[in-house]
Design a protein around this ligand. Structure first.
Ligand code: KIV
Length: 269
């Protein structure tokens, strides 16, 4: 079914939260996937740095570059006529200083065609977020499990289980909202903490492994399509097992070619 609505903006995100309508987001890294998502009425498309893992086959998100991210963002933005396109700022593109963060975030909008950027981090990145928002760059925050900090935490475990970390996350959420974030990704945190944040923040929370009470949800598209098979976090729901179907199609094609069954006369000139 094709769902057509007005162009989604950061204002729409706030409006949908106020109206109690959940926001549905997925990632995409290419034109074709983005076009299908846009046709289906997805609210937001994140050009995630997860591309480094699911597109480039790297073990973490860390090594993807600004140029790679801009390349993927441009392809997605070309297709997404309705969905809000958010470019994910890669590791070390915004941490060194605010000037560099401004320049790199600006590239997502000017060269990539995105309408917003996403930054991982808590209260320590608030001055950067404030500056980006001041110059007109909408920012989506991202707290909880931070894949760019995988080496600091020694893995991809649930965050915010203890009181100290829950307090830090809560303070970060509130400061990021005050700094001007238009929404906040909550990754792999306890359901109760995400529920409280969703209730008390004005901006929509977008959960990934943060339970059902968030204002919206996001998944990596290759995970929900069953294409990425390296590992499957508990929070992923596979809506289809595409890897299995694709393998079947590839086997079938190879067999047809080997046996001379493809192409047929109808497929020839
Ligand atoms: O890079 C990514 O895909 C993300 C998630 C929130 C899905 O940051």
């Amino acid at each position: 079914m094709t769902v057509k609505r007005d162009k989604v903006t950061t204002k729409t995100f706030l409006q949908l939260k106020a109206e109690g309508e959940k926001l549905a987001l997925l990632t995409a890294y290419d034109w074709l996937t983005a076009r299908l998502l846009d046709d289906c009425g997805i609210d937001g498309i994140l050009v995630g740095d997860s591309a480094n893992m699911v597109f480039y086959g790297q073990p973490t998100t860390l090594s993807i570059t600004m140029d790679q991210m801009i390349y993927h963002t441009r392809a997605v933005a070309k297709a997404a006529t309705r969905a809000l396109v958010i470019g994910d700022m890669p590791f070390m593109s915004y941490q060194v200083d605010t000037q560099e963060a401004l320049r790199n975030a600006g590239r997502f909008l000017k060269e990539g065609g995105a309408q917003a950027v996403k930054l991982e981090g808590g209260k320590e990145i608030v001055p950067t977020v404030r500056r980006l928002v001041e110059v007109g760059i909408p920012v989506m925050g991202h707290i909880g499990l931070l894949p760019q900090s995988v080496h600091r935490f020694g893995g991809y475990g649930v965050r915010g289980k203890g009181k100290e970390e829950a307090d830090y996350l809560w303070e970060s959420a509130s400061l990021l909202e005050d700094a001007g974030c238009f929404s906040l990704v909550l990754e792999k945190i306890p359901t109760d903490l995400a529920k409280r944040m969703s209730r008390e923040l004005r901006i929509p929370t977008i959960g990934i492994g943060a339970g059902p009470f968030c204002d919206g949800q996001i998944l990596v598209v290759q995970d929900m399509l069953g294409l990425f098979e390296e590992f499957k976090p508990k929070f992923v729901r596979r809506y289809v097992e595409l890897a299995t179907q694709v393998r079947e199609a590839f086997h079938h094609y190879i067999e047809d070619v080997k046996k001379g069954n493809f192409p047929s006369s109808r497929e020839s000139y």
